[in-house]
Structures are given as structure tokens and as C-alpha cells.
Design a protein around this ligand. Structure first.
Ligand SMILES: *Cc1c(COP(=O)(O)O)cnc(C)c1O
Length: 378
């Protein structure tokens, strides 16, 4: 089966893991620190905080900013549920905002403006599929209203601009992302005060970590805030250091594959549209396409599956999930709903070759033309 996403893992990752085991030090040690330094450097940041997931990173940013009950946070619905769950974790209210258009399925700034109230404190921008939101427009929007910008950068690691929009950015190293540590995440924030608060909150709110205590004269620590266990361990950091060295090259392969897909689909599947027609900075996390309205998506999914090609949907809208329907009934986001009804994500990862991409587009073209099901019996 050709998967939508697959991690690239090999001998260097195995060697890095073995070294950690041989070292006898398993969590929050030198490798976590080295990973933080390397990840920050790649993004032009002074420093960052490695955590256990992007979800934890989002939670810590909201928590660190003091967002809580009575506050509202603007969120897209065209995202993974974790973006919105994090707002509930701190007791604030997520306010769903529609996308701009089929072509630019990022949060609509006009709709965001219309959704602001006196309780709005922040907006979470998701760089959907890896394509960056418009930094200048959002900074103007946020500064006029005194709002924090939080980036959910799960789809966009490796880009210098990411983490510079506002208060902080959350990254994911889950197994299907552009680089992986199996589970893992990072917070980048340019504000040193916020960063140290987040660093402390990551480890139970303790004033020092175990590794620091090993290297200092006093074994004492204090707890000065309510914290969490959102630590990263040495094995993940060791894998992360190896993966990070490949990230730019992998993102470049993704870019080339997306360009190839765009050319082939325009030629062979002219009824299919592809978001982000205009050039835009991207980490090319996924390849979303929009099927024409007359096509039965499930048939296309089934036919591609018969050809050994996995497809997925990004995303079933969060406001349609039972939890969110019960909490916030009556939300209607017409552009998000239409996009989500027609979207299909085709395989995109660095191990896909040109012939494989061609085969995917051929299978797609034949599925759209009735394919094997309609038969060619003449
Ligand atoms: C994967 C993902 C997350 C969650 O990341 P975890 O590291 O699994 O917590 C959050 N937001 C988006 C947009 C994602 O794609």
C-alpha cells in the first residue's frame, strides 16, 4: 500500500537510539538540549522548548499567555482536533472561523474580524498543508485588537518565517509529519519570559530539572506554578537530531513532488482543482486536491485503494465532531464544509518517486472517468 505519509527512518536513527541506551541517561538530558538548540537555530530563533507533542505545545502556549475562562480564541475548523482541544484545556472558548476560499483554505481574515468580541484574546493560525498564512495581514489584525497570534505549525517545520508571527508557534513530530520523533513537539517563542515559563510548566512547574540537579551543588527544587509532565525524552531527541539534519532536503523533495503532481493533474484530471494555485511559502506537508462536485468521493477512495493507493481527508471539520456539536451547536461554516466535502489527500512523502506520482495521477484519472468499475467492455 502506498501510504499518504510515511516516515523516513534508517540506520542513523537506530544508531542514535543505541547510543542513548548505552549512555544510561533516558530523559531530559544533553540530547534534548542539543535538539532544542538545533531546532531553534534552523528557525532563526534564540532558543525553543522541546515537549511531548504539538498538543502539549499548544496547551503550554495558551497556558503561558494566561488565557483561560472567560476568554475567546479564534480557531479554524479545517484542522486537526488538537488545535481546538487545547483551547478547551485552558477553559477558554474556541470560536470557529471559516476559511478564505477553496483556493486559499486558510482562516479568513474578514470572518475573523466579524468573529471578534470584547472577550477575544488570541487567534490560532494553522499553516494548512504547510502553506503559510499572510504574516503581515495577521499582524496588523492582531495588533489593532491587542490579540496574541499563536501558530499551529504542525504542517510547517523548517521554514524561517514560522514562529515569527506572534506569541509562539507549536510544532509536531508525530509519525506522519515532515520529520518525526514518533511523538514529540516544540514551542518556539521569541519572548524569553514566556519561554522560561513554558519550560518550567513542561516539567511539573519545578524550578530545576533532574539533569540540572545532577550538575549542581544543591539537590533542592521548588514548585512555583502548576505544571504538567510534557517532557521530551533522550531517545526522541536523538532521533529528532538525525531527522532535523534531513528536514530541508525532504521539504525540497516534497516541493518538487507537489510541482510534478500539479502539472500531471492539470493535464490528466482537468476537473480536479488544487488549492494554493498562487505561489506561497510552504513546507508542503500534504497534497490536498478538490474533487468536482458531481463525483462520489467514496468511489474514488475505494478505487484508489484497489490500486494500492491510500488517501485521506484533511479535515472532517472540528465543528462537526459530536463533542463540538454538543458544546457549540448551530455553528455553520459554508466554505469549510464545502471544502471538507470535496477534499482528498493523495500520497506525499520524500520516498515517493516520479513514476509513483505518475501512477497515482493515472489511477486518479481512471477513477474519475468511471475507471475499472464502469468497465471498458466494448
Ligand atoms: C498533527 C497535528 C497536531 C497534533 O500534533 P501532536 O504532536 O500529535 O499532538 C496539531 N495540529 C495539527 C494541524 C496537526 O496536523
Amino acid at each position: 500500500m502506498l501510504l499518504v505519509s510515511a516516515p523516513v527512518l534508517g540506520v542513523p536513527e537506530k544508531a542514535a537510539l543505541s547510543k542513548v541506551i548505552d549512555s544510561g541517561w533516558l530523559t531530559m538530558g544533553e540530547r534534548v538540549r542539543a535538539f532544542e538548540e538545533a531546532f531553534a537555530a534552523m528557525h532563526g530563533a534564540d532558543d525553543c522548548v522541546a515537549v511531548s507533542s504539538c498538543t502539549a505545545a499548544l496547551h503550554l502556549i495558551l497556558y503561558g499567555l494566561g488565557i483561560g475562562p472567560g476568554d475567546e480564541v479564534l480557531v479554524p475548523s479545517l484542522t486537526f482536533v488538537a488545535t481546538v482541544n487545547a483551547v478547551l484545556y485552558v477553559g477558554a472558548k474556541p470560536v470557529f472561523v471559516d476559511i478564505e476560499s477553496d483556493d486559499v483554505p486558510l482562516m479568513s481574515i474578514e470572518d475573523a474580524e466579524a468573529s471578534c468580541t470584547s472577550r477575544t484574546r488570541a487567534v490560532i493560525l494553522v499553516h494548512f498543508a504547510g502553506y503559510l498564512a499572510n504574516k503581515q495581514e495577521w499582524q496588523t489584525f492582531a495588533s489593532v485588537r491587542g490579540l496574541y497570534i499563536i501558530e499551529d505549525a504542525a504542517h510547517a517545520p523548517g521554514l524561517k518565517e514560522v514562529g515569527t508571527f506572534g506569541a509562539g508557534a507549536a510544532f509536531s513530530f508525530y509519525g506522519n509529519k515532515n520529520m518525526t520523533t514518533a511523538e514529540g513537539g516544540v514551542v518556539i517563542t521569541r519572548d524569553p519570559g514566556l519561554r522560561e515559563k513554558i519550560r518550567q510548566a513542561r516539567g511539573h512547574g519545578m524550578t530545576t530539572g533532574t539533569h540540572q540537579r545532577l550538575n549542581s551543588r544543591t539537590p533542592q527544587y521548588d514548585v512555583t506554578m502548576l505544571g504538567f509532565n510534557y517532557r521530551m525524552d533522550e531517545m526522541r531527541a536523538a532521533v529528532g537530531l538525525v531527522q532535523l539534519r534531513n528536514l530541508q532536503e525532504w521539504n525540497e523533495v516534497r516541493r518538487i513532488l507537489v510541482a510534478l503532481y500539479r502539472r500531471l493533474i492539470a493535464m490528466r484530471c482537468p476537473a480536479v482543482s488544487m488549492p494554493f494555485a498562487e505561489a506561497r511559502t510552504s513546507a508542503y506537508h500534504i497534497m490536498p486536491i478538490l474533487l468536482p462536485r458531481y463525483v462520489n468521493r467514496q468511489d474514488v477512495i475505494d478505487q484508489l485503494r484497489e490500486q494500492g493507493i491510500q488517501t485521506t481527508i484533511h479535515y472532517p471539520p472540528v465543528h462537526h465532531m459530536t463533542l463540538y456539536r454538543e458544546l457549540f451547536p448551530g455553528v455553520h461554516l459554508p466554505r469549510t464544509e464545502d471544502f471538507a466535502d470535496r477534499e482528498l489527500t493523495i500520497p506525499l512523502h520524500p520516498q515517493i518517486t516520479s513514476p509513483v506520482a505518475e501512477a497515482v495521477v493515472d489511477a486518479l484519472a481512471s477513477a474519475l472517468n468511471g475507471g475499472a468499475r464502469a468497465g471498458t467492455a466494448a
